[in-house]
Ligand binder design. Structure first.
Ligand SMILES: Cc1cc2nc3c(=O)[nH]c(=O)nc-3n(C[C@H](O)[C@H](O)[C@H](O)COP(=O)(O)O)c2cc1C
Length: 376
């Protein structure tokens, strides 16, 4: 098995380390704390609605190298109304530390109450969403709509900062559009009112997910603040991207979303790179299968057998792409009836091994809003 694995992964393009391995900035080896909460590393998992489940966050954390994980955005009002979905999205547990629960809303009283609920649920930090571009959220005055109202956004954030003992951060875009780059001004204000860090996605709301991330825009946020940590976000897929994000922006940490779905081992590789100058061994068939196994079993623990079997379908194709199990075994997992069948199938996959060379990446298809901005 070991030989087969070595052969199959040898020569595989290690995308995370191409084209050449650049040295990690010294900063990556220095400790970082945000509002007094120690970060295990400077490599964070960005919130992604529909993907950042507790099961996946825990499975990623077990791989090593992950600093802060954040839940996907949770509607403050839904949490107050005790809606099950909102509770599921903000659920965390003792093994998950540090974790930030991300809230969105625009009514201070609701944000305060929801933030207090999050403290009770075990959040290490609260993150306020000021970046979501989706019309439904923007229309209600939340998400990136807050970028257009520096005064109102500051009052909202200050109310939350004052109402909880844990650190509060803000995740935002550079501004609504190129003509209104409000992130530097907002960040300066936020630092004055006690925000512990800002996470900047280097695009405007108008850009959605199009074009390249604007590192200069993130740098302008770094320059606008005094000591508050700034976390750079957007388009980090490789070690070279990570290095460029640190070097070109002067940010204190980086946050990775889609890159971590494409390569769940990226945090481990970045941490290894920070320490040893290279990303360490390429994850082989067994590493990938173990990840799939842990992810599924976390889901079973959290959601029970029936939900785990149905929810896991969503990620099955990525795993199959990355492990290249024999087709008949993959088909056994598609209409998965039970945990027992999953375990039998994994055992068979282990003994049969992959059918060909492993690709360097998993292949999640992640839809993002496209087309005219007024249609999202
Ligand atoms: C499918 C999807 C869902 C997202 N959901 C959230 C969210 O819930 N909260 C948030 O602040 N950002 C969200 N984002 C934005 C990401 O956190 C991140 O800022 C963006 O994808 C750029 O980083 P990346 O290139 O590393 O993915 C989402 C992005 C995607 C693609």
């Amino acid at each position: 098995m070991v030989d087969m694995e070595t052969n199959l992964t040898a020569g595989m393009t290690a995308l995370a380390s191409l084209p050449t391995i650049v040295p990690a900035p010294d900063l990556c080896r220095e400790p970082l704390s945000i509002g007094g909460v120690a970060m295990p590393s400077r490599f964070f998992f960005a919130p992604m609605a529909g993907y950042s489940s507790l099961a996946l966050r825990l499975a990623l954390r077990e791989l090593g190298g992950l600093g802060l994980a954040t839940t996907e955005l949770v509607n403050a009002r839904s949490l107050i109304e005790k809606r099950q979905k909102a509770y599921e999205l903000s659920e965390t547990c003792a093994e998950e530390e540090p974790v930030s629960i991300q809230l969105y809303g625009h009514v201070a009283a609701e944000m305060i109450e929801a933030a207090r609920i999050c403290v009770g649920m075990g959040a290490s930090m609260i993150d306020i969403n000021m970046g979501c571009p989706v019309k439904k959220i923007v229309k209600s005055g939340g998400g990136s709509a807050l970028l257009c109202d520096v005064g109102g956004a500051s009052l909202l954030v200050e109310a939350v900062v004052k109402s909880v003992e844990i650190p509060v951060t803000v995740k935002m875009r550079l501004g609504w559009d190129d003509a209104t780059p409000t992130a530097p001004e907002l960040s300066r204000k936020f630092e004055q009112i006690g925000v512990a860090a800002v996470i900047i996605h280097g695009r405007t709301r108008e850009q959605s997910f199009m074009g390249k991330v604007n590192l200069q825009g993130i740098a302008s946020v770094v320059e606008s603040v005094d000591k508050m940590p700034v976390v750079g976000n957007g388009d980090v897929r490789t070690l070279a991207d990570a290095e460029a994000m640190f070097r070109e922006t002067g940010c204190d940490a980086i946050s990775i979303g889609r890159g971590a779905l494409g390569n769940p081992f990226i945090f481990r590789q970045l941490a290894h790179w920070a320490k040893h100058g290279e990303p360490g061994p390429e994850p082989g068939f067994t590493d990938r299968l173990n990840l799939m196994d842990r992810h599924f079993h976390k889901l079973v623990e959290l959601r029970g057998e029936y939900q785990a079997c149905t929810q896991f379908r969503k990620t099955l194709a990525w795993y199959q792409h990355a492990i290249r199990a024999p087709k008949h075994l993959y088909h056994q997992l598609i209409n998965l009836p039970s945990v027992a069948r999953f375990d039998e199938t994994i055992a068979e996959m282990r003994s049969e091994g992959p059918v060909g060379p492993l690709p360097s990446h998993f292949e999640p298809k992640i839809p993002t809003p496209k087309g005219p901005i007024d249609k999202w």
